[in-house]
Design a binder for this molecule. Structure first.
Ligand SMILES: [Mn+2]
Length: 284
């Protein structure tokens, strides 16, 4: 019963932070989105699978398989799919350059838009240490910045070897409520700096679950958001123009029809009293 006129076709779709394996993953929304959005290229910008979550307790309902199957099917039908691992699916980082089921894995890529503009595409967790220690690093200078990124990589590897969960940016940021806005701003600035170093026009990342498109000192900073709360994606039109799509918004706005009736139960508010103790759920 698929209405072809409803399907939108893009040059590229950017999706991140789905956290498959965490109960908070909005897989029904994502499936709905994938059904109605086609693209020549789909770039998965990290934290698609929540490996840390699955390690603690296995939660893999059919809908998670459906998402994976949907992506593999698109790959079979000719969509180029690139998987850039994040910190929650860093097990994928052991396979750079590997193709599986038509999906290619890369640490980061430079994507050229249809209008020739170049964008650095990465998940963003490599800047956690920098963001946390922004003030100190600004004081120490450039060498400290590079060292901090290197230390972040080493620490993550050591923690992984010891079976410790990845330190979570957003869980930490939430504890620092007063400064949360500063952290988002700091993250954006640090990532934009990296794009400037790479001599590109913009950057597309995920990690902090905060979808936005804005200019930061001449760098176009684009964040894909997440499919845990906001259900957002970035789409590149055939002419290279970028659009931030908020899918839950569209669903809730749609007139009562087949889609609305199907998705209404998911829209029921969850009890607000439960602060997410579990880092896997909202953790960036
Ligand atoms: Mn992340």
């Amino acid at each position: 019963m698929e209405d072809a006129s409803e399907t939108r076709h893009f040059r590229t779709l950017f999706i991140s932070d789905v956290h498959l394996g965490s109960k908070a993953a909005k897989t029904d929304f994502l499936l709905d989105f994938l059904r109605t959005h086609e693209a020549d290229t789909i770039i998965l910008v990290g934290d698609i699978v929540d490996g840390w979550r699955l390690k603690r307790s296995w939660y893999w309902p059919q809908s998670c398989n459906d998402v994976v199957q949907k992506l593999l099917r698109k790959a079979r039908k000719g969509t180029r799919i690139v998987y850039i691992p994040g910190n929650h699916d860093e097990f994928m980082r052991d396979f750079p350059g590997i193709h599986f089921g038509g999906i290619e894995v890369a640490q980061r890529i430079v994507h050229e838009m249809a209008d020739g503009k170049k964008y650095l595409v990465l998940h963003g967790d490599e800047f956690d240490v920098v963001v946390r220690n922004a003030r100190l690093l600004a004081y120490l200078g450039d060498w400290a910045y590079d060292t901090a990124i290197a230390i972040n990589v080493i620490l993550a590897a050591v923690r992984r070897r010891l079976g410790m969960p990845y330190w979570s940016f957003s869980a930490w940021a939430k504890l620092q409520v007063k400064h949360a806005v500063n952290f988002i701003g700091e993250f954006q600035r640090v990532v934009a700096d990296e794009a400037r170093r790479a001599e590109v026009d913009g950057v597309i990342c995920g990690h902090i679950h905060h979808a936005v498109m804005e200019d930061i000192d001449g760098i176009h900073y684009v964040n894909t958001g997440d499919w845990v709360e906001s259900c957002t994606a970035i789409a590149e039109h055939p002419d290279g123009r970028l659009e931030l799509i908020s899918w839950s918004h569209k669903v809730s706005e749609a007139p009562a029809g087949k889609r609305a009736s199907k998705l209404v139960p998911i829209l029921l508010p969850k009890p607000l009293s439960e602060p997410s103790q579990d880092d896997g759920v909202r953790a960036a």
